[in-house]
Design a protein around this ligand. Sequence first.
Ligand code: FMN
Length: 317
Amino acid sequence: MQQDIKEAVAAAWAAAWDRGEVEAFDGILHPEYRRLTAGNGNLRDAAYLKQEILDIRAAFPDLVTTVDNLLVDEAEGEAAIFWRSTGTFTHDLPGVPATGNRVETRGSNLLTLRGGLIVSERVTWDRAELLEDLGVPSLRSAFEEPEEVVVDNLSGVPSIDALKGFNRQFITGVTVVTTIDDEGRPRGLAANSYASVSLDPPLVLVCVQKTTSTHDPLFKSSHLGINIMSTGQRDTVGVFASKAPDKFAEVEWHRAPHGSPLLEGSAASIEAEIKERFLTKTHTVFISKVTHAEASDLDALIYKGGKFYASGDLEQL
Ligand SMILES: Cc1cc2nc3c(=O)[nH]c(=O)nc-3n(C[C@H](O)[C@H](O)[C@H](O)COP(=O)(O)O)c2cc1C
């Protein structure tokens, strides 16, 4: 009997993970089957598991999954699977553009059996290791919506207007964040979400909306460029805040050592290697390590409450 369960689980596992025949799980899963993933605490049913396998196989077409060990203790109604998967992140997962990285991940599933079927499953796997290999080390989950961030005003009632009012009081410069897409074309957008994270190591961050056309090329890039706009580049900001098909047609630019476009006439420019890609609901936060810097003595453009100002004649306090 024990041998039967073992063989059935091994066969279903191979059919689903190696050949995409997810209905093979129907023969080994109890109607009340639930799957708990340690770390994120998600409880999923059989339909979710099957779709997740199909999504992963679509994203990793060369996926090979090996069961290293399969232990069954039928008296206790328990079993354990120790597995390893290898594949190349070739096609996008929902909300996560493919990085082309080849990865190996491993984990273990502890199964509870009822009437010879799997009624519950607890999955433990080294998510951090996999995500690091994927090139998306801080991604919480490729398959779920990240939790919504609620911003409260002082009375405790959520309010976007309160946050807008707060943001309007924060005076920033304006940058143009750039990269090169798959076809070698320069891409970029205006962004004032730039911040310096640390000087040693030299880390910077920028937040880019997932719906922008620049987002996906940026996500796939190893490096990005960040240009601080000078007062003479007010029109350039307009171009890079637009959806113009070729934003670089009217501007002079040159390539940084790793190819990122740097705009002539900027107050300062850097190129940085993308180290982390944090997904929030609407934006990706890129944390990057600066590898190249160029500065001029041009005055930087100021952005305050939706308007632009020159920084040349500021009154020092
Ligand atoms: C001053 C200013 C700051 C902006 N900051 C950001 C930002 O930090 N992140 C972002 O995703 N979009 C930002 N935008 C909006 C983008 O520039 C805009 O959506 C642009 O059309 C995107 O172009 P794309 O879809 O071709 O990439 C900003 C726009 C302006 C004018």
